[in-house]
Design a protein around this ligand. Sequence first.
Ligand code: AR6
Length: 207
Amino acid sequence: LRTISQLYKTSVLKAPSPDKQKFKPNSSYLNRITLFQGDITKLEVDSIVNAANKRLLGGGGVDGAIHAAAGRKLYHECTKLNGCETGFSKITGAYRLPSKKIIHTVGPVYSSTSADQKAKELASCYQTSLDLALENSLRHIAFPSVSTGIYGYPIEDATHIALNVVRKHFESEDDSTFKLDRVVFVVWSNKDKSVYESLIPEYFPPS
Ligand code: AR6
C-alpha cells in the first residue's frame, strides 16, 4: 500500500523549454500534484477515480481491477446508480480498498464522435470528478489515465486535457473553496509515465 505521505516524494520534474511554457510557475500548485506509476487500487488516499463505462457495473482495465479489489458490495452499490452518461461521474464507497471513496467517471470512446466533442467529454470527466471530491470534502484524488486504454484516446492528447483541467481548477480556487491537498496522476505503463513527465512541466512549471 502507498500512503499519501509516501506519495509526496514521487514527483521529479524538469523545467519545460521556455517557448512551450503556457503557465506561470506556482509552487503551491506544483507541490499538490504527484505522478505515481503503479496500481491505483493500492493507494491509501481519500478518493480514487475509476475509468468506467456507462452501465457502471464493472468491466476490464482499471475498472475490472477496482471492482475485483473492492469486492461484491461495490457492484451492489453500483447497481443502484442507474448508470452514468459520458463525461459525467458518480461516487460510491470503496469497500475493501484502502481509499475512502471511488469516483466513477465515464470517458468518451475515441472512435465515437468529433474531436471537439470527445475532448469536451474527457475534460468534463476530470472536472466532474474534481467537483465530487470537493463536494464530499475529500482531500486527495487519484486519477488513472481515463479513456486511454480500451477506449483508445491517444495518451498525449488525453494528458494535455487532464493537466489543463487540474491547473485551471487550482487557478479558480478562492478562500471559500474547499481545497484538495493532492491530485495524483496514476500511470500504468512506462510510455504513459514518460508522457506525463514531459507534459507536467508545461502545466506545472517549477519555479
Ligand atoms: N491501476 C492504474 N491504472 C491502470 C490499472 C490499475 N490497476 N489497470 C489499467 N490501468 P482502461 P478506458 C490503466 O482501459 O480506456 C473498461 O472495460 C491502463 O493502462 O482501464 O477509459 C471499462 O468498463 C490505461 O492507461 O479505461 C470501460 O468499458 C488506463 O488505466 C472501458 O474499459 C485506462 O485504461 C474504459 O476504457
